[in-house]
Write a protein that binds this ligand. Structure first.
Ligand code: UDX
Length: 853
């Protein structure tokens, strides 16, 4: 089961032993040996070596299936033997042209070719630069040319660049002088690229006879790597970028079949054939966050894109959460001026620091949709490691080079390295660019603005998929519009991240700014201040729908048909959609049909629709004491709390016995602080289950708290009391439902019984705690009878469930979703109902996208 390409590295045992003694020794020095031995009995294969590294032992133990365990063992063994990576990789970047260690005078108004040849990353090093010269060079080699950008970094340190310390330009001289042993050097990055106006002025100044416009507008190939369920946002993104001369290649994460189906529809509707969806084995991958598969996805997609007969000059990659900040024409013009250049953003820190922050000095193995960390590694000598953002605009030449199925030695070696690298797309392309013949085409700008808020975005939110703490940018909100608009004079063409479920008005605002006429037109049609996002579709196989959501949705569908006085026993749930209006979540939409009547066409409809959509909202579930009224902005219990965006992803609060509820709160800044608050969790039988303590201070007005409850929650209505100074501040109710679906199938009776009976409930609450809170608990729930919490199974399960659900959720509207021509109905048609997912949504309407040209 060795990964392909690794086998050939195996040498005869004696030679291997000799050759790799050194490497093995170094490996052992770098890695901590595990005290815990690998449990060989838990493996159904014989490991090829004695796994010694602590991290690898941990990964093998945690992995679930034998295939994954074996893969981790194999890679670890190769790594231990020094066979996994090349020791040295030869850089192919010709030394920077004309660089002699002297200050460079680049001069003004050189011709294009000379200037372009000078663009690049200069590494000035080794003893022939005195500290004075270095400082002089860094500070004085001005480049007074309007159409360029340049940045310089000065380093002082030991000979190897990796050991140098980054210094501000001005202190370079100071720090190095007086220490003759240190070498002074510098990196000088010169980015020579053009904006249309600057180039025009330069040409005027040269009195050139060249035209003021690029000869041929470039064609762009967009590679969209998308994930999740925001299909309407992806359609909106494609609509705003669309031009018949561009190519759109869409890769949908292999696990997301709803989005995939939606994109296939889009592809089908575009008769111009320039929207393509990645399909088939090997081309559609489960591209986990930070995974090695993201690089494979990129390279495989690039190969496909090169194979299309449609020509393109630049590959621009985007995700579902990107949005443009300039018009299509502006981007095309800019790239046309800069044909052949490669736009990628570098980290801008000291290299060694970047390497360790990014985990580039660790080996990772991807399997079971997870990146397992298996130990430290040494990066090959002979090349410069670089990295930064994984959003690019790459020239066709470079893409042809880097994605060549028969790569040269440099790319082949780097592929070996990046196959076992976390977030490989953030370093692979940069490193190839720096060390290949394309080194002089590297422009340190990814054309993107990224909304980094590291305090929120670096909370290890991907622990479930990577053995590492990664960071993610935040979503833009309406209040960020000025920041976005201020990029108007800069070479920034896109921003990330945008998520309509977090804020859809900022997307409207940006679109209106870029294309006022387009938005005016949409404003006239419906759906402008609304957003719909699918939560469930009956055809979904992957990812498996959540059992809590499915159970709740089916129950709601029954309640809807009951309200219509129609058969509710044979209801089929078709879709479940989250509905937002004026930037706020309003409720969920249940699209369902009554199976019995629907299948029997001969039965007259009695003027009722068989297929309906209903708007469901959560009933008001919290109350505050008079003293606190208006001081609590929000209080809610749900699951899937997103710490980065400080909001629940489980919008409707569907929770079953295996859910892990969280309380999220937001207090008004006007309250007296500090404030000690106790949070009491009371189960449906009126028993105290846990107590949390909050200390509210200025910085902690928004937050969340996780109770320590049992693995299996009691079914029924839970209550939460917020207490301060022995007084009740607020009371909140939330529902834990019994499951009528298990692993997305109707639950078997035995399983239902097992869930409902559950283990005997023992909370970790002490006698004393119970005593001290009992009065307050009793008083708070005195008027609320404990009902519906008795065990019900079999025939009654659905009725019991529906009663519980009815208590917590309300039906705010029902519309007729039937085919117009089929039945007469007393309900309003969904097509004409503004909240309905079937009503027009011009922002995401791509039906005529390609026909409009
Ligand atoms: C970003 C940047 O991409 C990265 O440079 C930075 O270091 C971390 O933050 P982030 O915003 O966290 O990534 O991730 P996201 O945009 O959600 O995902 C990155 C790409 O991977 C997207 O194209 C997304 O569609 C894809 N992806 C993510 C999947 O295909 N499947 C997943 O399960 C997750």
């Amino acid at each position: 089961n060795l990964p392909r390409g690794l086998r050939q590295l195996k040498l005869p045992p004696d030679k291997q032993a000799n050759l790799n003694k050194q490497a093995q020794l170094q490996f052992q020095l770098r890695n901590r040996t595990s005290k815990i031995k690998l449990d060989r009995k838990s493996l159904n294969f014989t490991p090829t070596c004695d796994v010694m590294v602590r991290e690898a032992v941990s990964a093998i133990t945690r992995a679930q299936n034998q295939g994954c365990k074996q893969r981790i063992v194999n890679v670890t063994c190769l790594s231990q033997q020094g066979l996994l990576y090349p020791e040295r990789v030869q850089s192919l970047c010709p030394h920077s042209p004309g660089f002699t260690g002297k200050p460079i005078n680049l001069g003004c108004f050189k011709d294009d070719k000379t200037l372009r040849a000078l663009s690049g990353y200069y590494h000035v090093f080794k003893g022939n630069n005195t500290p004075e010269r270095c400082a002089y060079m860094c500070l004085q080699s001005g480049f007074p040319y309007a159409g360029t950008e340049y940045s310089m970094e000065c380093f002082c340190g030991m000979e190897e660049p990796l050991q140098t310390k980054r210094l501000p330009d001005s202190s370079c001289n100071m720090k190095c002088s007086g220490n003759p042993k240190k070498t002074c050097g510098g990196y000088l990055t010169i980015n020579i690229y053009w904006t249309g106006i600057q180039k025009f002025k330069a040409q005027e100044a040269r009195n050139s006879s060249l035209k003021s416009e690029p000869e041929q507008p470039v064609q762009i190939a967009y590679l969209l790597t998308v994930n999740g369920r925001a299909s309407r946002q992806v359609k909106r993104l494609i609509s705003i970028l669309y031009h018949p001369s561009h190519l759109f290649y869409i890769h949908v994460d292999a696990r997301q079949d709803y989005l995939y189906r939606e994109m296939l529809e889009l592809e089908k509707s575009c008769k111009l054939n320039n929207i393509k969806v990645a399909r088939g084995e090997g081309l559609r991958l489960a591209s986990i966050w930070g995974g090695a598969s993201l690089l494979t996805t990129f390279l495989k997609s690039a190969q496909q894109m090169l194979a299309y007969h449609q020509h393109w000059d630049f590959l621009v990659n985007l995700s579902e959460s990107d949005f443009p900040l300039k018009s299509n024409n502006q981007l095309t013009e800019f790239l046309s001026w800069n044909k052949g250049m490669n736009f990628a953003k570098s980290h801008g820190r000291e290299v060694q620091r970047f390497i360790s922050k990014q985990g580039l000095d660790k080996t990772f193995v991807e399997c079971e949709a997870r990146m397992w960390r298996i130990g430290d590694r040494k990066l090959p000598d002979g090349i410069q490691i670089d990295g930064g953002s994984d959003w690019f605009a790459l020239s066709r030449d470079f893409v042809e080079y880097v994605a060549d199925p028969n790569p040269d030695q440099l790319v082949a070696n780097l592929l070996k390295l990046f196959k076992y690298t976390l977030l490989p797309a953030e370093s692979f392309f940069h490193t190839v660019l720096r060390n290949s013949r394309f080194c002089n085409t590297y422009i340190d700008n990814n054309l993107h603005m990224t909304n980094w808020k590291r305090k929120l975005g670096c909370k290890c939110q991907y622990k479930a998929v990577v053995d590492w703490c990664g960071c993610s940018p935040n979503d833009f909100k309406l209040e960020d519009f000025n920041r976005l608009r201020n990029t108007v004079d800069r070479n920034i063409f896109f921003a990330r991240k945008f998520e309509p479920v977090i804020d859809h008005r900022i997307i409207d605002r940006v679109e209106e700014w870029l294309y006022p006429e387009r938005m005016n037109k949409s404003a006239k049609s419906k759906g402008l201040d609304m957003y719909w996002q699918s939560l469930y579709h009956q055809a979904d196989l992957s990812p498996l729908p959540d059992d809590g959501l499915l159970t709740l949705s089916y129950s709601l569908a029954r309640l809807v048909y009951r309200k219509l006085n129609m058969d509710h026993k044979n209801v089929r749930l078709l879709e479940n959609t989250a509905y937002f209006h004026e930037n706020r979540f309003v409720g969920i939409l249940i699209l369902a049909e009554s199976k019995k009547e629907f299948s029997d066409i001969s039965v007259p409809s009695n003027g009722r629709a068989r297929r309906v959509e209903a708007l469901i909202s959560l009933r008001h579930n919290f109350s505050t004491s008079k003293l606190w009224s208006g001081k609590i902005r929000s209080l809610s219990v749900s699951t899937d709390y997103d710490q980065k965006e400080q909001t629940f992803r489980n919008l409707i609060g569907s929770m079953g016995p295996y859910s892990a509820p969280v309380l999220a709160y937001e207090f008004d800044a006007g309250i007296t602080m500090p404030q000690n608050i106790s949070v009491l969790w009371i189960d449906p039988f009126g028993r105290l289950a846990d107590v949390n303590y909050l200390l509210l201070e200025e910085m902690t007005l928004v937050g969340h708290v996780k109770p320590q409850l049992n693995e299996q929650l009691a079914i029924g209505t839970w209550r939460l009391l917020l207490i301060t100074d022995a007084q009740l501040m607020a009371k909140l109710r939330f529902l834990v439902i019994p499951l009528s679906y298990w692993k997305a199938k109707k639950i078997e009776l035995d399983k239902a019984k097992e869930i409902i009976d559950g283990p005997s409930i023992v909370y970790h609450i002490t006698e004393e705690m119970n005593k001290s809170w009992s009065k307050i608990v009793k008083a708070a729930i005195a008027n609320e009878p404990i009902k519906y919490s008795q065990n019900k199974i079999g025939e009654n399960l659905d009725d019991w469930l529906d009663r519980l659900v009815y208590e917590h959720y309300g039906i705010s509207g029902i519309c007729d979703a039937d085919d117009e021509t089929r039945f007469e109905s007393t309900l309003q048609k969904c097509l004409d109902t503004i909240w309905s997912s079937l009503s027009p949504d011009s922002k995401a309407d791509t039906r005529n996208l390609c026909q409009n040209y």
